[in-house]
Write a protein that binds this ligand. Structure first.
Ligand code: 2HA
Ligand code: ZN
Length: 269
């Protein structure tokens, strides 16, 4: 079984672990969210069984993706099931060099194609490769407090959103000094959403999708998860204060400057 090979197995386990965390957080209702990992290096030299190979027609957005391998959640997959039933919910895919589709390499009759956000994942991978970025994992989820914050007009733009999340919890500035990118609402699953996302990834590792969720990149899925978790905590603290009837004071500009100086903060991208 392909999924039993040791380095691939570790990535499958990561997907199961993150799927479980997202479910426990309440960020992965039904089939919400999706993840993928570039496993091209791991797959180098591995023998592929022809019997299980199934081609799915799909417009591949960039030739740099030709012949690359990804582990990606299937459309309709419940993230909470990825740990218990990896074979049904996670696809190992290889991009056809003709750029007209991809092969599922662990195909079974009950298998569904890749996530509805696959076009965004592929646009992001092409962007990462073309810009020599080190990240090889993508996580999209629906974090409650982040989404709630994007429904408040006052905070629904990049500048105000970051100012708020940095000021509510010092850890956010320390972990994400460059802040989050912010994409105004676009229809889920569209190429437009993917293209707007990669514009923001030039200077960010996490991009908020207004009234929908967010997407983060990392060297692995756990690193991407931590970025989202850190920002969501800040948004949650904001709502805790508000729900208790208080306006949170937030860190002053001087206190933020103190963090930058003391932690010698500079952007991670
Ligand atoms: O995977 O979250 O954005 C389902 C979604 C679409
Ligand atoms: Zn979504």
């Amino acid at each position: 079984m392909l999924f039993k090979k040791s380095r691939l197995k570790k990535v499958i386990e990561d997907i199961g672990e993150v799927g479980t965390l997202l479910w426990q957080k309440g960020w992965a209702e039904r089939n919400a969210g999706n993840v993928s990992v570039d496993v091209t290096e791991i797959m180098a030299g591995m023998v592929i069984s022809e019997q299980k190979k199934k081609k799915i027609v799909f417009k591949i957005p960039d030739e740099i993706l030709a012949d690359r391998f990804y582990l990606v959640t299937a459309t309709g997959a419940r993230l909470r099931d990825t740990k218990k039933f990896p074979e049904e919910n996670i696809l190992l895919v290889m991009i056809d060099k003709k750029l007209d589709g991809y092969y599922i390499l662990n195909y079974t009759d009950s298998q569904r194609p890749s996530t509805s956000e696959f076009i965004s994942h592929l646009l992001i991978y092409a962007f990462l490769l073309r810009n020599n970025r080190k990240e090889r994992a993508i996580l999209h989820t629906h974090p409650n407090h982040i989404i709630a914050l994007t429904h408040i007009k006052k905070y629904a733009n990049e500048k105000k959103f970051n100012k708020l999340i940095w000021s509510i919890h010092p850890e956010v500035k320390v972990v994400i000094p460059e802040g989050a990118g912010f994409v105004p609402y676009r229809c889920p699953g569209t190429e437009e959403l993917g293209n707007e996302t990669i514009k923001r990834l030039k200077n960010h590792r996490i991009v908020i999708w207004e009234k929908h969720g967010c997407v983060a990149v990392g060297k692995d899925l756990l690193e991407a998860f931590d970025l989202i978790d850190t920002i969501n905590k800040s948004a949650e603290l904001f709502f805790i204060c508000k729900s208790a009837g208080f306006e949170p004071e937030g860190l002053s500009d001087r206190q933020i400057k103190g963090l930058i100086k003391n932690f010698n903060l500079r952007s991670h991208v």
